[in-house]
Design a protein around this ligand. Structure first.
Ligand SMILES: Cc1cc2nc3c(=O)[nH]c(=O)nc-3n(C[C@H](O)[C@H](O)[C@H](O)COP(=O)(O)OP(=O)(O)OC[C@H]3O[C@@H](n4cnc5c(N)ncnc54)[C@H](O)[C@@H]3O)c2cc1C
Length: 431
């Protein structure tokens, strides 16, 4: 059979493309070598957020007295947390499977190989050959492993193993203070594990607003996480980690090591145009494989653009307003330009900033906590970037993403009526 579209990879990019194309009446075959849902559902976004929610609930119970509630003997059950995480993953993966069935997508479980240079893409899987008019490569990314002496011979965790942990380690050293590293740091720290984070850069969460990242780091330090910034891990042996800062070395002992220095596309150097087409116009690539933002929501949008293009639309992919979120508590989220990127690009800007305590709802729900809403505006009033520290930043950032994507001015956004009392009002107040 000649399919309209063959898709390799069943993560957010692949399953979104498959569902959209199937619902539009195209014949679609989707190849997945592990589990539908990809990294995001099985070992990324969903399991981490499920565990972080357990940790947040535990912390809320411990803090309940601040809100006039007594909770005696607050305790957690690590095995139950993990079991619930697995249940959530299973439920969502089953949901993707049903969506594929409803959209008439043929799902083939197996590792696919393909010739991406042929005008009519050829795919092989499980000893069978498939032909399609269009091919979409949605095969994702993998954990980057830096050349650290002794790492090969060490039993270290990546995010995958950390999510399968059978028991809480007594101490954990995380190599890399990016989003994934910091989310794991927050999770394990909340449960009482001694956490150390070693970051090569001078601040955690590279790419996020630096001022807000520093505030989050200060908060996490107060809770006991030890940070080593501008510090390199030079060697690892058993449970010992050698770190180096300004030419001085130090030894850290830790019962577990989590390597979290980033992810890299499975295929290097793949180039796509604004419709997600590779050099072969019949072959598209979407998601982490493109290496652009390595986020599930970007993967979904890229898949929408690619399928739209195959169906004859001319909408182009825009990376102007890709929100980034760190799901710690407090959350930190940002969209658009940061002060650091604006300065690098030589763009003049105005900073408008307010503490979250200007929002009545925030004060009502966050005893003894504060946060920040920072809005960066061009000199002619366009919103260039919005950065938030405080719960629920992950939800509020969507308002900002809409304004930035649609190139609204502050006046445009101010003309919208925000419900009261909501934490989102802080955005209107800051403008
Ligand atoms: C711990 C962790 C936490 C994360 N948290 C977030 C978050 O909170 N928010 C967010 O936006 N992003 C998060 N991410 C990133 C997110 O998971 C990825 O951006 C997203 O999964 C990318 O989707 P994708 O479709 O490009 O690739 P993937 O989800 O990686 O899917 C690719 C699929 O292709 C399959 N595949 C590969 N090769 C073949 C082959 N030859 N044949 C058949 N199948 C193949 C793989 O098995 C895989 O299932 C997180 C990642 C990790 C690791």
């Amino acid at each position: 059979m000649l399919y309209d579209i063959a898709i390799i990879g069943g993560g957010p990019a692949g399953y979104t493309a498959a569902e959209l194309a199937g619902r539009r009446g195209l014949s679609v075959v989707l190849f997945e070598k592990n589990a539908l849902g990809g990294v995001c559902l099985n070992e990324g976004c969903i399991p981490t957020k499920t565990l972080l929610y357990s940790a947040k609930t535990y912390q809320s119970a411990k803090d309940a007295a601040k809100y006039g509630i007594s909770c005696n003997e607050v305790a957690f059950d690590f095995a139950k947390m993990m079991a619930r995480k697995n249940k959530v993953v299973r439920k969502l993966v089953a949901g993707i499977r049903s969506k594929m069935t409803a959209a008439n997508v043929e799902v083939v479980i197996g590792e696919a190989t393909c010739d991406t240079t042929a005008a009519m893409p050829q795919i092989s899987c499980n000893g069978n050959d498939y032909q399609a008019k269009k091919l979409m490569l949605c095969i994702g990314s993998e954990t980057a492993v830096p050349p650290i002496a002794g790492l090969d011979a060490t039993d270290y965790w990546t995010s995958r193993e950390a999510l399968q942990a059978n028991e809480l380690p007594e101490s954990l050293t995380i190599i890399g203070g990016g989003v994934i590293g910091i989310e794991f740091a927050a999770f394990f720290n909340t449960l009482g594990c001694r956490v150390t984070v070693v970051e090569m850069l001078d601040e955690i969460l590279g790419g996020m607003d630096k001022e807000l990242s520093a505030l989050l780091r200060t908060e996490l330090s107060k809770r006991g996480i030890v940070f080593h910034l501008s510090t390199k891990v030079t060697a690892v042996k058993d449970r010992q980690i050698t770190i180096e800062k300004d030419g001085e070395t130090q030894l850290i002992e830790s019962s577990r090591i989590l390597l979290s220095v980033g992810r890299r596309p499975i295929v290097k150097g793949l180039k796509v145009n604004e419709f997600m087409q590779t050099e072969n116009p019949n072959v598209y690539a979407c998601g982490d494989i493109t290496g652009y933002s390595m986020l599930a929501h970007t993967a979904v949008r890229e898949a929408e653009i690619a399928v739209g293009h195959i169906l004859g639309a001319s909408e182009k992919m825009s990376y102007r307003a890709i929100p980034a979120v760190v799901y710690t508590s407090p959350e930190i989220a940002g969209v658009g330009k940061t002060e650091e990127t604006l300065q690098k690009e030589g763009i003049a800007y105005i900073v408008k900033q307010l503490p979250m305590s200007y929002s009545g709802r925030f004060v009502a729900e966050n005893e003894l906590a504060n946060g920040v809403c920072k809005i960066l505006e061009s000199t002619d009033g366009k919103i260039l970037g919005v950065h938030l520290l405080g719960n629920p930043a992950s939800e509020l950032v969507v308002i900002a993403a809409m304004a930035i994507e649609k190139e609204w001015s502050s006046e445009d956004l101010k003309s919208i009526v925000f419900p009261h009392p909501t934490v989102g009002e802080i955005i209107k107040e800051t403008l």
